[in-house]
Design a protein around this ligand. Structure first.
Ligand code: CA
Ligand code: CA
Length: 314
């Protein structure tokens, strides 16, 4: 009997408290708040993670019509040097390519150099590009250099390595995996006298990432509002972390969802995200989702009970 009276009193106090709080919020919020949520989530719900392509280290077709930003040339004289052509008849694709004409007046020693490329984050790197030339004029050749601190490797030489009797575009591909962990630049050196002209286009350098973040939601707790801990347990920083907390089920008057973004969660670090205040009662399911630019997504479900502003996740 005593218990029933206490329950009755508690109910009256609860309702009075609810009405008091609700009267202090605006009308449109009230309209939304009194709709019980019908959407349900089961523990088996799959979150599809989307892998983004972060593997492009360099992609250059010279379509800007000028030497791309960060590229450079070395010229040893003023005649027949590297330039960016803009006649589509001479490009591999598009309108432009990088080109050096043969010189039968002076020796050529003309360099075209990419920006520095940091290969520290990758486990595999491939390098593909197209060459216009032939090997019928061996007075000059083109050498492909991979250069970095303390090394200058010639990995290809037109006259030594090819036998191209027909003039035109040829695709070349190289494996740069042995340069992983280093910062390199790639240079095309056109060198000699009275050779064939030489053009390049459609350069693609692609890497496979060595490491990636791993997001984990390690706790979801009350008692006032909800706090969720999102931890990066991976081997790379998680950037632009989008998170959301949604409550599904029960009667929720205030604070049934929240979302936000965190610029970075470094390796072995965590952040706490929260809905500061929830007002409701009944059983609910808390669903926390986090995803980052690196294409990793995680989520966690937690059963909870609401009693006004108090949340129990036991
Ligand atoms: Ca092009
Ligand atoms: Ca020259």
């Amino acid at each position: 009997m005593n218990n029933k009276i206490i329950q009755l009193k508690a109910s009256v106090i609860c309702i009075a408290f609810c009405l008091l709080l609700l009267s202090s919020t605006n009308v449109s919020a009230n309209k939304q708040s009194f709709q019980p949520l019908k959407k349900t989530i089961t523990g088996n719900q799959q979150i599809i993670s989307q892998k983004l392509d972060k593997g492009s280290i360099l992609s250059e077709g010279f379509e800007g019509g000028e030497l791309p930003e960060g590229w450079s040339v070395i010229e040893t004289n003023s005649y027949q040097n590297w330039f960016i052509g803009s006649d589509p008849a001479w490009a591999h694709t598009g309108n432009c390519e990088a080109w050096v004409n043969y010189d039968n007046h002076e020796n050529s020693d003309e360099w075209l150099i990419t920006p520095n490329l940091d290969l520290t984050e990758y486990v595999a790197v491939t390098f593909v590009f197209w060459v216009w030339s032939d090997t019928n004029f061996p007075g000059a050749t083109a050498k492909l250099h991979i250069r970095g601190t303390g090394f200058d490797d010639i990995i290809w030489d037109l006259i030594q390595d090819e036998s191209w009797v027909t003039t035109g575009w040829y695709q070349l591909s190289f494996n740069l995996t042995s340069y992983i962990g280093k910062t390199i630049n790639i240079s095309w050196q056109y060198v000699g006298f009275n050779g064939q002209s030489f053009g390049i286009d459609d350069i693609e350098i692609k890497g496979t990432m060595a490491s990636e973040p791993a997001l984990q939601i390690t706790s979801i707790t009350g008692p006032i509002g909800i706090k969720a801990t999102i931890e990066n347990t991976g081997t790379a920083n998680a950037t632009n972390v989008q998170w959301s907390i949604n409550l599904n089920g029960g009667y929720i008057f205030l604070g049934n969802s929240k979302a936000g973004e965190e610029p970075i969660i470094p390796i072995n670090s965590s952040i706490v995200v929260k809905i500061p205040l929830i007002l409701g009662f009944g059983k609910t399911i808390i669903h926390v989702v986090a995803s980052c630019t690196e294409g990793v997504t995680t989520d966690k479900l937690q059963n909870a009970s609401m009693l006004l502003v108090f949340i129990s996740t036991k």
